[in-house]
Each structure stands twice: as structure tokens, then as C-alpha cells.
Design a protein around this ligand. Sequence first.
Ligand SMILES: [Zn+2]
Length: 166
Amino acid sequence: MDKKPLRIRYDVFLIDFEDGLECPCCGHNVIVGDGTDACSHLVFVWLYREGVFDYVKSEFAAKFTPIYEDYRARLKAAIIALGDLMEAMDSETEIDPMAFELSRISNRELDEIDFLELLKTCGYEGNLDVYDATDCGIACGRVSSTVIIGFENDAIIGDKSVVLIT
Ligand SMILES: [Zn+2]
């Protein structure tokens, strides 16, 4: 059977988590940060810092979680490999400069892979309206937190800001 396309509209903005976020389809207020109150359109709420879902539909988790775990494993392996090379340098063991350079590049490349990149390759089929939302807080010095929230929204078909993955 042919794979259906994945359409993604991805928006980045600031919100006040206390006000929650309204579903673009039904207007239901999805509360984030203290458990998620879902409507039928909500596909996932990803807690960026923690790297876990606060809410997720099982069909999305089945696609995304293996991709994410594979990415985390590769990133961890790359960090350890670079750490080993740096340790060897510190102890004045001779290391291959090319191996060091390649390890550095691999770390940087993996580090630059964000949620959207993983989303594009996870093989989910549907029309995702994604909000990358950061609560910057009002109080000075308060640590910001980011959630990435995905809704199934058929209305984004044909929207020119949509990334189409086939
Ligand atoms: Zn809704």
C-alpha cells in the first residue's frame, strides 16, 4: 500500500502556559505543564527539556518513539566517543587528528537535529499543525520552558507554509 503524505505546519511562538493553548480545530483549551486536557485533534504534547511526551496518541508514539530513541542512542555514543578522544589527548596519548575532527563534526551534526527533523522522518501519516511554544515567564530570571504541541488539522492542506513529506 502506498504511504500517505505527512503535512506539517510548524509555528514557533511565545505563550503564557497559564492561559493554555487553543486547538486550531475546535478551540478547546489544551492546558500544558500540569497534565494535558486533550481534545480529539490533539496528537501529542512534547516536553522539550525533559524529552518526553506529556500526552501522546498511541499511533504517533509508535512512529516517533523508536526514531527518537535511536537518535538519543546515536547522540550518546557520539558524545562518549568524543569524550574518549579528548581524554586521550589530555593524557598525551597520540590520537588521529582526522578521527578527532570527524568525531567533532558528528557531534555537532547530531546536536543540530531538532524535533522537527525527527518529526519529518518518523513516518507518521497525517496533517500536523505543530506549535513550538515557549513560556518565557513574567518574573525575572525564571527559567523558560518549551512544549511542542501537535494537532491533527485537515485545514492545513494546501497552505503554502506547510512542509509536505511524501
Ligand atoms: Zn480540538
